[in-house]
Design a protein around this ligand. Structure first.
Ligand SMILES: Cc1cc2nc3c(=O)[nH]c(=O)nc-3n(C[C@H](O)[C@H](O)[C@H](O)COP(=O)(O)O)c2cc1C
Length: 173
């Protein structure tokens, strides 16, 4: 598994469409994880993860997801826009990445950001993308592409998504 796609949508709908389109060419090397299918408890703010071995004291699905993140060469982060931001499950996931921030284990990894807004405002999608970009920036990852769509119509950006799908193959070894 060279590509890990993380979805913040609880549905198999528009966000899933964007992920599948980007993975059209690299599907055999990819895994899609829907955060809403996992049991990830909220960060308790205990800061135990700030010290080696930089692991969370809580036992849940984040342990396995952290390993998958560390092994992936390219990470796709995709979220629907909820209240001009990422979904709650996505923000919860960000908070639980604090140990990965301290351990610096994701530094330099390539990240693709995808967002879909149901409304017509492009700035809604941009805010959601910015949130994900700040997460990636804090973890010192490299954002290689970001695509935001409005009106719940990801197919409008099919050409861009298909181009990205081709490029993605050149980013995995
Ligand atoms: C709780 C909630 C909040 C939402 N907030 C916004 C919003 O602020 N701006 C917007 O354009 N769409 C908003 N939407 C619409 C979703 O972005 C839209 O339905 C999107 O396509 C959902 O993605 P999905 O099909 O992958 O689930 C919201 C939807 C829900 C359920």
């Amino acid at each position: 598994m060279k590509i890990l796609a993380i979805s913040g949508s609880p549905r198999d709908n528009k966000t899933q469409y964007m992920i599948k389109k980007v993975l059209e060419k690299g599907a055999d090397f990819a895994e899609i994880v829907k955060l809403s299918d996992l049991h990830i408890k909220p960060c308790t703010g205990c800061r135990a993860c700030a010290k080696a071995p930089f692991e969370c004291q809580q036992e849940d699905d984040m342990t396995r997801l952290s390993i998958k993140l560390r092994l992936a060469e390219v990470i796709i982060l995709a979220s629907p826009v909820y209240f001009d931001n990422v979904t709650g499950v996505m923000k919860n996931f960000f908070d639980r990445c604090l140990g990965l921030y301290w351990s610096k284990r994701l530094e330099g990894k390539k990240v693709i950001l995808l967002a879909v807004a149901g409304g017509e405002r492009q700035d809604s999608a941009e805010r959601c993308l910015d949130s994900m970009q700040f997460w990636a920036k804090l973890l010192k990852m490299k954002v290689v592409a970001r695509i935001g769509v409005t009106n719940g119509k990801p197919e409008v950006k099919n050409h861009e998504l298909e181009q990205l799908s081709n490029e993605l193959l050149s980013w995995i070894e």
